[in-house]
Design a protein around this ligand. Sequence first.
Ligand code: SF4
Length: 196
Amino acid sequence: MRIARLEEYTRVEGPGRRTAVWFQGCSIVCPQCCNPEMHDPAAGIEMTPEDLADAIVHARAEGLTLLGGEPLDQSDELRQLLLHLRNLHYQDIIMFTGYTWEQVNAERERASVAELCDLVIAGPFETAGAPGRRRWIGSDNQTLHCITGRYLELVADWPQFVKEVEIVIGDNEMLINGTPLAADDELAGLFMQKGE
Ligand code: SF4
């Protein structure tokens, strides 16, 4: 499977201290996507579902967030990853997908991945509804789907009007995690100048 990034710990991609995996490759290509470098399915790094599951479990975070790129463009491999994690009793899995909930359920492969998550946040990023009012979610059109009961309370009382980012500084790069920023935001401008 092609992965753009693995962040062992982040506090801005869902509740608690989470591991986040950004998938490489996206066929949806929303206008103003904040991760255009993750559209090319040939870029990124190759990992087996087994190795990625081991890395996620090793991080020992409070949960996992899958995002991208488009996770469901690699449904087969993602399903294998989630089966490994569930066999290892891993809990708290949230997936962001740019497909609408109807599109997820229209294809058996996509639906079978969704069934292995605890919460799915579905729908493309839409600038008209961005940055939106909900914490961790890019635009207001995106819909929430509890697959298990784990996030029922959170979904019933979703935090509003909180937007946050986390800056990760590496040897040769600066990355920003968190909710997409408005195009005219100063920090977004800085991010783009850095050739993110
Ligand atoms: S689905 Fe996600 S990664 Fe793909 S274009 Fe839309 S916002 Fe970007």
